[in-house]
Design a protein around this ligand. Structure first.
Ligand code: C2E
Ligand code: SIN
Ligand code: SIN
Ligand code: SIN
Ligand code: FE
Ligand code: FE
Length: 491
């Protein structure tokens, strides 16, 4: 209200107008219909694009840079055609940096125009800042997603580098990871390079700019790479990349060095505080990704080792069984291979194969619990002996049920004596209630049993056996699988 009181106390209307401009800080032009500046008023002369002496007599569309001038030309055209206020917005390179302005052009009765220019730099800057903030959040979110969805470290790192490149407006970026075994920094991902100059980088800690950043645990910044290529002696082709600005940011997690992120630009980077702090944030994200991916890899590796140890163990068991039952030696191996081949021919997914393999290897493991006098009996079994013999699938289940990784492989040991018509054992399943893997396996098992000598009979011929299997289609065996099997064996 102070301003208003001053205005009223001023005697002359011109002076009053001046006071209003002082108060609002706007710039006011009075323009002729062709844009010529007839007069102007300004709150603060110090903040003008041009000195006032250069305004008068010139056309407003000609005093500004070309793009802004065009906006004024178009505005002048519009205002004459619609005879209503026209609003334009533009930016100008000012002493303090980029200035943003909003200009309202208001038509007067005599075809002259008042242009009222207001400095909106502050609003524009905060708008730009929040837009950038939003973009950063989106980038961080996208990186988070890449970390959680990709277990492959190389893919994750490349995704992060692409975000780094876009968000920091840089030409190229790479990540060198510290190899724990030899303590070398090795190129692991890179984006934006013309050449493969840095692809084979392998750098001791402390050597080169990247090695220095890791050793000294600080960001290294080189702003004139053309004259400072000593840090890149590692690659003779580096010069061809034509980089000028460079940052090496050490990557660490929980105090442990993981590697270094390198930023390359083919001109100078502004590198202001905001830019640098975002660089550090992104490097932090990269470190988290590396840390979790490495942890995952180690877990996977020890898990793989455990699996391998298990597989060796079950193979040992089944070999022990084959050794005990000398006449079925290699039976296990042969039927396992045959049923895997049949499964593949039938288009069973590769991921299932390991279960079929383990199940095949273990299919008769329950026979370890069958007494010698039954298992090796020369001649048909009595009803009592059959009761015991038919327990071998359930013995296998009892033996292995506590080993969780074998659970998906247990269909074969449990169900390989089920029959399509429901007269098999131990569960009396029929048709497609019998697990597919067991239906496939049982054909191979019977084929191999019949073509081998047994204590209770000698081997059948291949022709007789195939004929038998064919006759059992829809009785013992899945009629959908039998033809597949026969054509496989016929080959
Ligand atoms: P295995 O010898 O590995 O036989 C597996 C399957 O092949 C048998 O399951 C049966 O479906 C088929 N198979 C084997 N030999 C013959 C045969 O001579 N004729 C016909 N038609 N099919 C045959 P199965 O019948 O459930 O037998 C399971 C296991 O019981 C056999 O495994 C074998 O260890 C034992 N076994 C079966 N029959 C006799 C027998 O007469 N004497 C003795 N000592 N053991 C027998
Ligand atoms: C100027 O015109 O000189 C300053 C920028 C503006 O207010 O348009
Ligand atoms: C599968 O899971 O389908 C293969 C293993 C099996 O059924 O025994
Ligand atoms: C399997 O897991 O054995 C295959 C599915 C089925 O047919 O039961
Ligand atoms: Fe069996
Ligand atoms: Fe068998």
């Amino acid at each position: 209200m102070v301003t208003e009181m001053n205005i009223h106390s001023l005697p002359d209307s011109d002076q009053r107008l001046e006071a209003i401009f002082q108060a609002f800080g706007d710039l006011l032009f009075i323009l002729d219909e062709d844009g010529s500046i007839l007069d102007y008023r300004s709150g603060d002369v110090a903040h003008l694009y041009l000195a006032p002496s250069q305004f008068l007599g010139r056309k407003i569309q000609e005093i500004y840079p070309y793009k802004v001038g065009r906006k004024y030309s178009n505005a002048l055209f519009d205002i004459h055609s619609i005879n209503k206020m026209v609003l334009i917005e533009y930016s100008l390179p000012m002493g303090f940096g980029e200035g943003w302005y909003e200009s309202r052009l208001i038509p007067l009765a005599n075809r002259q125009i008042i242009a009222c220019v207001r400095d909106i730099t502050k609003y524009k800057q905060s708008e730009i800042r929040s837009e950038r903030q939003l973009q950063k959040l989106a980038a961080l979110r996208a990186i988070d997603l890449a970390i959680t969805t990709d277990s492959d470290l190389g893919t994750t790192l490349t995704a992060i580098l692409n975000h780094v490149r876009a968000q920091l407006n840089i030409d190229a970026a790479s990540i060198l990871l510290l190899n724990k075994n030899n303590q070398l920094l090795e190129h692991s991902a890179g984006v934006g390079f013309y050449t493969t100059a840095l692809k084979h980088t392998s750098l001791p800690i402390g050597e080169g700019y990247a090695g220095m950043a890791v050793l000294e645990r600080r960001i290294i910044h080189i702003s004139d790479l053309h004259f400072n290529q000593l840090g890149f002696l590692r690659s003779p082709h580096f010069g061809a990349e034509d980089f000028i600005d460079y940052y090496a940011v050490p990557l660490s997690s929980k105090g442990i060095s993981l590697g270094v992120m390198e930023i390359f630009h083919r001109s100078h980077l502004s590198g202001d505080g905001e830019w640098l702090s975002f660089l550090e944030t992104l490097a932090g994200q990269a470190a988290i990704a590396i840390d979790s991916a490495m942890l995952f890899k180690e877990l996977q590796q020890s898990n793989n080792e455990l699996m391998l140890a298990y597989d060796k163990t079950i193979e040992g068991w089944s070999r022990a069984l084959d050794l005990r039952d000398r006449e079925t030696e290699n039976h296990t191996l042969r039927v396992t291979e045959m049923s895997m081949k049949l499964a593949r021919n039938m288009g069973i997914p590769e991921a299932e194969m390991i279960h079929i393999q383990r199940g095949g290897v273990l299919h008769d493991i329950g026979k370890v619990a069958i007494p010698d006098n039954i298992l090796f009996k020369h001649g048909p079994l009595t009803e009592e002996e059959w009761k015991v013999m038919r327990l071998h699938p359930l013995f296998a289940v009892k033996l292995l049920e506590s080993i969780s990784y074998l659970a998906p492989a247990m269909h074969i040991p449990r169900s390989h004596h089920e029959k399509w018509n429901g007269t098999g054992y131990p569960d009396g399943l029929s048709g497609e209630n019998i697990p597919l893997a067991a239906r496939i396996f049982s054909i191979a098992d019977v084929y191999d049993a019949l073509t081998s000598d047994r204590p209770y009979r000698s081997a059948w011929s291949k022709t007789d056996t195939l004929e038998y299997i064919s006759n059992q289609s829809g009785i013992h065996f899945d009629p959908g699988i039998v033809p597949e099997f026969i054509s496989m064996v016929a080959d």
